[in-house]
Write a protein that binds this ligand. Sequence first.
Ligand code: OOG
Ligand code: NI
Length: 462
Amino acid sequence: MTKHVTSSDIRAAFSEAMSAMYRTEVPAYGTLMDLVARVNKEALAANPALRARLKATDNLDRISEERHGAIRLGTADELAMMRRVFAVMGMYPVGYYDLSTAGVPVHSTAFRPVGEEALKRNPFRVFTSLLRLDLIADETLRKEAADILAKRQIFTSGAVELTEKAEVEGGLSKEDADRFVAEVLEAFRWHDKALVDADMYHRLHDAHRLIADVVSFKGPHINHLTPRALDIDKVQALMPEYGISPKAVVEGPPTRDCPVLLRQTSFKALEESVSFEDGRGRWKAGSHTARFGEIEQRGIALTPKGRALYDKLLDNSRKVVRPAADGSNAKAYEAALAQTFHVFPDNWAAIRADGLGYFSYSLTEKGKKGSVLPDASIDCLIADGLIQFDPIVYEDFLPVSAAGIFQSNLGDGAQQEFVAGPNQKRFEADLGAQVLNEFDHYAHIEKASLDACVSQLKNRPA
Ligand code: OOG
Ligand code: NI
């Protein structure tokens, strides 16, 4: 019997290989990584408490590594196969994101590790979007785009064979895993020679820039990678000094003492040279804008109640100031956001008491020795210093933020409106599986931690 490597090890190797490839392909991304490493180092030096906490809970050496990337697929078959490929790496579809309401003709999920141990070993996830051709108004163009997509094969035969082998045998040997990573990486590679001629590219582009990005090329090139920043505001402020141009505003909640959900920002996508065949075997130079670099900073996962409050406050603040793509009202937007979020409690005890966030519970030193009456409430156990609680980190994405990231990287032109609403059923049919509900998932982690504390306390003789 051959020994299998773990799916987490394959994921870690894959994310490392992807990082190396992307840095070579997009040198500005390497610059961003250098800036992030510097800011993270400074943040740790300036804040010993943060350093101690991260040392206890995270691998300090890997703090500045990539947390996620993103791709955009063209067909149901591509999505279904991508699901099987990611499963080999222990990455499963979590959440459904409809971006049509934000003027982007896609719907998406995030493939990610789900268990605590897997997340700790390597948290790499891939935000994966599927183009909604049904949102192209022009019927002829819709048909042409579908025909082009139907002909392409984004995976190498080696990638498909090794995925099948992993499915049949329940894993891969070290040697096969190395080959798997190399073969799968090919699907994420950039191709500067378009599949379509210049005329078709421009017609797709006129329908929506994103449609041109998905349909015109041989595969779903990775369009960004995202390391973790310990001080996202500082990286945003320093980008120009490093010769990279940041998007107008940081997406998500404002800067807070108790971070919630996810804050993200990126540098704007670069204009890159590509070429189009002219039908007579000659290549004609052109350009395409799709690839960028992003950073993220994560906070506590919110309950449906907390999330509803977050959504309402974000919406309210955008009614006061809508961030302009050129950054001209960025300061006013930040001020409005901070102002609106004043009503969102900014200490862990209040966030917990109000039922806004998910927490992981554990026994204190006193709790490890103590015992309690069977009917003691959790609040009493906390008040008596037997149980402590820590925020559970949000591991998913935010549709409004994702739309902001998409938009700022699709150029600053006028936004388009789509009438379609979410269609999770259709997405899951195309995926060939159901996506995990993120709230159920966090609630489960919270409950398991609580049950463990209570059973330890109550099973001790009083
Ligand atoms: C994905 C944008 C969404 C995020 O971090 O919210 C995303 C894309 O541009 O394809 O990655
Ligand atoms: Ni992203």
